[in-house]
Design a protein around this ligand. Structure first.
Ligand code: NIG
Ligand code: FE
Length: 419
């Protein structure tokens, strides 16, 4: 293979490094510690960050090798770590505009699901689709993520709801990780809904998830995480506990869709089982939040979902003040958040959840990386980390949240290559 030239990204107006955050997600006041270097430069080799610092330092250190390097002039530009989306339902077929219209006329998300639509509708479309179709529809979404500076996404299964179709979705995610520039991290979510055929005997479906699906997904090494939709009318806290504990026995780390529609003990359960993250949390209880802070569970907040379901967003401000590490995500899915726009999510994080621009940037880089156990590899600009970087058309990080509805990403660098 041809040896890649070193890459020298020179003189960013603001180089947001988020240094010294690889071991644990940032919490409280530390979420505003962006570690910005003005007139900052980065030296990249073999897909890895070799040095980041003030331009004079980098220029002096690599003086003798300057003529080997490809130079990218970042003057007047903001540079951040590649953005990370830690919660998506990336792999699915079809769309649900019909339900959008129903909701605008007054039907609720849960009513539509109880009547056989919602997740069930996308499950039917996804079961019907070939793996090639799933890959092609999802590739389009990944392309759009990348254009906006997102270099890693988590992707959940959960539109198969049977062993065969869950495996198909996870195989599609694996192929996307291989074929697409964006890294795809897989989560098994067989417990996303109780299929209609099991409505009267949900325990039989839970048995299947626990005794058939989890062991097979783990045997094939198709996922790192195991997620469950813990909500009244979907899976109870008891069923959720059983599913998450079963995943742990097979090396799948727990995640949970918790307290989205009503307080249901999801945040408490996340702390009890040692979940890597608890997501949604619009209606999480005070004790649940406290328990998450103590256990160090990352709160993955999804303000786009609240916006799209016309609900009040999670109280991100309060969670940060309570010491919970917070990350943000699109929740990209065809029902409750059909978007890939992490930049809109950033804006909503400020305007609907009371977070500052600095907290929002932490929540979409290093804390998002920790929410998928990648904090040691991505999410900050530090020596030894993967060279995933974004150069923007704006000089100041606050523009990302302020000038909303605009894609500010100009150049995206993935593993040291311009994408
Ligand atoms: O995170 N809440 C459950 N799951 C997804 C929505 C899935 C869908 O409606 O298709 C969510 O919002
Ligand atoms: Fe979700």
């Amino acid at each position: 293979m041809q040896q890649q030239k070193p890459l020298y990204i020179r003189r960013a107006s603001q180089l947001v490094t988020l240094a010294d955050s690889s071991n644990a997600p940032l919490r409280g006041k530390a979420m505003e510690r962006l570690s910005i270097i003005e007139n900052g430069s980065v030296w990249v080799e073999d897909g890895t960050i070799r040095a980041a610092g003030p331009d004079e330092e980098i220029a002096a250190k690599y003086q003798t090798r300057m003529n080997e390097a490809e130079v990218i002039d970042a003057s007047g530009r903001l540079v951040t770590p590649g953005l990370v989306d830690p919660h998506t339902h990336l792999v699915y077929a079809g769309s649900r505009e019909n339900e959008f219209e129903k909701r605008l006329r007054g039907a609720t998300y849960m009513e539509i699901m109880a009547a056989g639509g919602g997740i069930h509708a996308t499950t039917a479309a996804t079961r019907e689709a070939s793996i090639e179709q799933l890959i092609s529809e999802s590739t389009r979404r990944l392309d759009l993520f990348l254009q906006q500076g997102v270099t890693t996404v988590e992707a959940k299964s959960g539109y198969g709801l049977s062993l065969e179709h869950e495996l198909k979705q996870l195989e599609a995610a694996k192929e996307l990780d291989r074929s697409h520039v964006v890294d795809v991290v897989s989560t098994f979510m067989g417990a996303h809904a109780v299929p209609a055929a099991y409505r009267e005997r949900p325990e039989v479906f839970v048995d299947q998830v626990v005794t058939e699906m989890i062991p097979e997904v783990a045997r094939r090494k198709l996922a790192e995480f195991n997620d469950v939709f813990c909500e009244r009318g979907v899976f109870t806290p008891e069923q959720s506990r059983r599913i998450l504990e079963a995943g742990k026995k097979y090396g799948l780390a727990p995640k949970i869709h918790a307290d989205e529609i009503e307080p249901y003990g999801g945040a408490e359960l996340a702390a009890e089982v040692g979940a890597v993250s608890a997501d949604h949390l619009l209606r999480a209880s005070k004790t649940g939040i406290q328990a998450m802070a103590e256990a160090g569970v990352v709160a993955v907040l999804l303000p786009g979902t609240a916006f799209f379901l016309m609900a009040e967003a999670a109280d991100g401000r309060n969670m940060i003040d309570a010491g919970v590490p917070v990350a943000l995500s699109t929740d990209c899915n065809p029902g409750s958040s059909p978007t890939v726009s992490l930049s809109l999510i950033m804006n909503l994080g400020c305007l609907k959840m009371g977070m500052t621009p600095a907290e929002v940037l932490t929540a979409t880089t290093i804390n998002a990386a920790h929410a998928i156990r990648r904090g040691h590899e991505i999410g900050s600009i530090e020596e030894g980390k993967k060279a995933d970087l974004v150069l923007y058309d704006v000089p100041d990080y606050r523009s990302l949240q302020y000038a909303y509805g605009v894609n500010h990403a100009r150049t995206v660098i993935k593993s040291g290559c311009v994408a």
